[in-house]
Design a protein around this ligand. Structure first.
Ligand SMILES: Cc1cc2nc3c(=O)[nH]c(=O)nc-3n(C[C@H](O)[C@H](O)[C@H](O)COP(=O)(O)OP(=O)(O)OC[C@H]3O[C@@H](n4cnc5c(N)ncnc54)[C@H](O)[C@@H]3O)c2cc1C
Length: 395
């Protein structure tokens, strides 16, 4: 049926959490929506540590036990000198199974009325009189063109949709982490604990994560910044060294690599007939590298604006700009604060990190928290204390 239908209200390029959330909300509001995904499977390959907070997820969906590989209640930090700091988290988190999660989000969108097509690779936009009016691409060897009132660039970190429309989406090299992750089994891990290893030696300009998926399986990965890496040493070399040291008995089930934009969000997220959401608009939290929740949030906000624009004056840049405003109101300010905090903490030397771990060790365990951790971390830069306080107060 999608082959015959030439025109939609919205065409979404990319079937990740951002694209599926947009498609669901827009379809629920009565818009005709076509979502095009280049891969043969929604959500595959999983290029993600799969960690989310319970509170973040609940904004959009009641957590479904099918999605959850582990529930996280505790956190462990390992400093360069191997000082270990542990504490209970104020709110729980999850390690998802994104194969199931992404599938379900896509299914919710189809239940709301959206049409999803996989193996549909979008390779250009249709532009008339400087307005985006559709997309073109290839579906299993056959070329297609589809028209839409609004095209949504939800095409992830390697997004080209924005660039095709003339938006400035290039991420500075200093703000792009190289990520690599292995899902490993045959190891012993605490199934309710996030583990982070912080050191220039283990992961320069980033950190190593161990996210459990049960007692014997985990996503173990890292993000590094090239500018901090030693003589061009690659991310996979750092990870292999860590695994060899910590989990020499691990069997590797999957290896994924991908860029993580720890950047400010793109300045302009809309143009006439076009909106960018999720990683395509650099919405990943610059400190944690988490992009699932911000991606879904942007999908929701963009869909709300799209519905209003289509019912009221059409999808001009001006009518789509409330989405940018809504993003800045809901998450944009804290994103900028996180960016400033990241700029400071990524420069930390191993001595600084040891000092922070010592500071945390001096606090009784039941009084430790992420807020205390960040407060100690930025103590040398008091101006950032305000950012930390506001981020944790959610204002
Ligand atoms: C190693 C690593 C670990 C991570 N760990 C976490 C974590 O623990 N927690 C967290 O919250 N975030 C994490 N992230 C970030 C998170 O994965 C992303 O922020 C999130 O997936 C973004 O969702 P999205 O919908 O914007 O994009 P994506 O999920 O990337 O989806 C984009 C989709 O667009 C499709 N696409 C691209 N181009 C085209 C095209 N031309 N035509 C058609 N389809 C196209 C792609 O195939 C893809 O399916 C991690 C990222 C990496 C790389």
């Amino acid at each position: 049926m999608w082959k015959e239908q030439k025109k939609y209200d919205c065409i979404v390029v990319g079937g990740g959490p951002a694209g599926s959330t947009f498609a669901r909300v827009a379809a629920e509001s009565g818009l005709s929506v076509l979502l095009l995904e280049k891969d043969r499977d929604i959500g595959m390959p999983v290029r993600c540590g799969e960690a989310v907070s319970d509170a973040g997820l609940r904004i959009f969906y009641e957590p479904n036990p099918r999605w959850i590989a582990s529930t996280i209640t505790r956190m462990k930090l390992v400093a360069p000198n191997e000082t270990v700091v542990e504490f209970d988290l104020n709110e729980k988190g999850y390690i998802l199974d994104r194969r199931i999660f992404d599938y379900d989000l896509a299914e919710y969108a189809t239940k709301a009325g959206a049409m999803i097509v996989t193996k549909a690779y979008v390779d250009g936009l249709l532009i008339e009189e400087d307005k985006v009016v559709g997309v073109q691409g290839v579906h299993i060897g056959e070329r297609f063109e589809k028209r839409a009132k609004i095209v949504i660039g939800a095409d992830g970190v390697e997004s080209r949709v924005g660039r095709w429309a003339g938006l400035k989406t290039t991420c500075k090299l200093k703000d792009m982490e190289s990520g690599i992750q292995k899902t490993v089994t045959g190891i012993d891990v605490h199934e309710h604990m996030f583990e982070f290893y912080l050191s220039k030696h283990w992961a320069p300009g980033g950190y190593i994560w161990v996210f459990p998926k049960g007692k014997n399986k985990a996503n173990i990965g890292l993000g590094i910044l090239g500018s901090y890496a030693k003589n061009g040493k690659a991310a996979h070399q750092y990870l292999d060294e860590f695994l060899e040291w910590k989990y020499p008995q691990a069997s590797v089930l999957t290896t994924v690599v991908g860029g993580i934009p720890v950047a400010k969000t793109v300045k302009e997220m809309v143009s006439d007939g076009l909106m960018l959401i999720g990683d395509a608009a650099h919405m990943v939290n610059p400190v944690t590298g988490g992009g699932i929740i911000p991606g879904m949030r942007s999908g929701l906000l963009a869909a709300e604006t799209a519905v209003k624009a289509l019912n009221n004056g059409g999808p001009t840049k001006r009518n789509l700009q409330p989405y940018e405003k809504a993003w800045h109101k809901v998450g944009g300010k804290s994103h900028e604060r996180f960016y400033r905090i990241k700029e400071a903490i990524y420069r930390f030397t191993d001595d600084d990190l040891n000092r922070i771990a010592d500071g945390m060790s001096g606090i009784p365990e039941n009084e430790r928290s992420l807020f205390k951790l960040f407060s100690i971390a930025v103590r040398k830069k008091p101006s950032l204390l305000i950012d930390v306080a506001r981020v944790f107060a959610g204002v």
